[in-house]
Design a protein around this ligand. Structure first.
Ligand SMILES: [Zn+2]
Length: 255
């Protein structure tokens, strides 16, 4: 089975984006290099094409986001994983230490330099994302990158030398200027835009008024859990799930 990419987009026909290699082999270039995505008994590979074969397959090229955030497939996280592996492969063709050409490792997901023996493993970037609550209220923020009216939890990349909990405290202090405590880990999510591991936390408000960091955020405010603005859906992102979990917790307390 193979997921086909052309020009950073996924080739999709109706609701199908994982293809049987035998059925489409005649359309694939002879020198196709398949990258293993899922090593389960039903192996899934990713293939980056130099030419658009979507017409031959009666298919179309869709963005990764539109594949992942639609009803196209329950396994759409595989498309995200495939995209990250391709992105890593594309960006590690040459050795960063000596400039030589790298080669893919055999039996292991690694690119290695035969000249200086440096190895390059796929890299993920850890981020902390946090829902801050104050009684029935949650603190949500609007980034300038979001569409208008859309709010989410605060998030930031974990910096060198930091624990995830340090990142939570630092990001909150930098972005909205308040203090929190009782920072606890809830759950995580792989986020392939481009290659993050989102670690989801919950924190309790302690003190301070919201003071915005204007280069990061356009707006931040407290919202009653029963009267939220437009937020990410729980099925799509861990931010949406953190919000949903808190809403359920408050409803249980009320009941
Ligand atoms: Zn090298």
């Amino acid at each position: 089975m193979v997921i086909l990419f052309y020009d950073y987009r996924v080739i999709v026909a109706g609701d199908r984006y994982i293809w049987k290699v035998n059925a489409i082999a005649r359309y694939l270039p002879d020198d196709s290099f398949f990258l293993l995505v899922e090593p389960s008994n039903q192996r899934v590979y990713a293939l980056d094409l130099n030419s658009d074969i979507s017409n031959s397959l009666s298919a179309e090229c869709l963005s990764l986001r539109s594949v992942m955030f639609s009803d196209i497939g329950a396994e759409s996280f595989i498309a995200g994983k495939a995209n990250q592996i391709l992105e890593w492969y594309r960006s590690h063709q040459y050795c960063g230490a000596c400039g030589g050409s790298n080669l893919p490792g055999e039996g292991q997901r690694v690119m290695h330099c035969p000249t200086c023996q440096t190895q390059y493993f796929p890299r993920i970037n850890p981020c902390a994302i946090v829902l801050i609550t104050r009684g029935r209220e949650v603190l949500l923020a609007r980034s300038s990158r979001f569409r208008s009216g859309f709010f989410s939890c605060l998030a930031g990349f974990i910096e060198i030398g930091e624990t995830a909990e340090c990142t939570v405290h630092r990001e909150i202090k930098e972005e909205v200027g308040i203090l929190v405590d009782n920072v606890r880990y809830i759950k995580s999510q792989s986020w392939p835009f481009p290659s993050q591991l989102m670690l989801g936390f919950h924190a309790d408000y302690v003190s301070g008024e919201i003071v915005l960091e204007p280069t990061e955020l356009e707006e931040a405010a407290w919202f009653d859990i029963a009267d939220l603005p437009s937020v990410p859906s729980a099925g799509i992102s861990v931010a949406g799930e953190l919000i949903q979990l808190y809403k359920e917790e408050i409803e249980r307390i009320k009941a």
